[in-house]
Design a protein around this ligand. Sequence first.
Ligand SMILES: C[S@@+](CC[C@H](N)C(=O)[O-])C[C@H]1O[C@@H](n2cnc3c(N)ncnc32)[C@H](O)[C@@H]1O
Length: 216
Amino acid sequence: MTKERWLQERRSDPYWRKAKEMGLPSRAAFKLMDIQKRYRVVREGDFVLDLGAAPGGMTAVASEYVGEKGLVVAVDREEVKVRDRKNVVCVNADVFAYNLHGVIMKASGNRMFDTIISDLSPRHSGDYDLLAVQQLDLLERTLEIASALLKRRGNLVVKAFEHPTLRQIENRMRRMFFQYYRYVPRASKKRSSEIFLIGLGYRGFYRPREASRGRV
Ligand SMILES: C[S@@+](CC[C@H](N)C(=O)[O-])C[C@H]1O[C@@H](n2cnc3c(N)ncnc32)[C@H](O)[C@@H]1O
């Protein structure tokens, strides 16, 4: 797509225009609003971890939902443009960084999270299979982070792209959460194969039977 065509498409996008009018950093804000309306993934006072947060549409919306008693830790390797909000802490990092868990826990004051949102996605080169494989890496990493930092009974919202390889992630999410849903928000572009996987009620860590044997 040429730059001119891309700009034209953006100008005629009602979600982009509305985000601009409302002073929101991106149209992604409306995806979280739609998910929240349907599944109530974030509550007042919650601690929310927002992965792939830049430029910050979802961060801005999550910060409203959690209110002054809650906190949003927004992680991205790009700049998150949500400023002057006391309940938002930005962490400029790559999610594959070896010390990520420590950095995030420091940002949250050592509190685990009630909800994790991941809108992480690689840059689209035009090769759809490559995009799906790269996205799978980000999904695996998100599940790893959730296993370490999500509270028991917490929620996970994660962006994926439809692809046969997605089945393995979905099976894992079905095992990790009491309830599992797939949802396409209205603000997702019609020609995109984007989908959000939603896990409600993290079951917590289960020690495999073998490992628990012989323990007092
Ligand atoms: C679709 S954008 C996120 C939009 C954002 N959630 C919002 O509401 O405005 C995807 C983001 O994932 C981030 N990302 C992709 N891979 C990453 C990685 N390995 N570490 C950190 N951020 C990454 C990109 O920098 C980009 O900002």
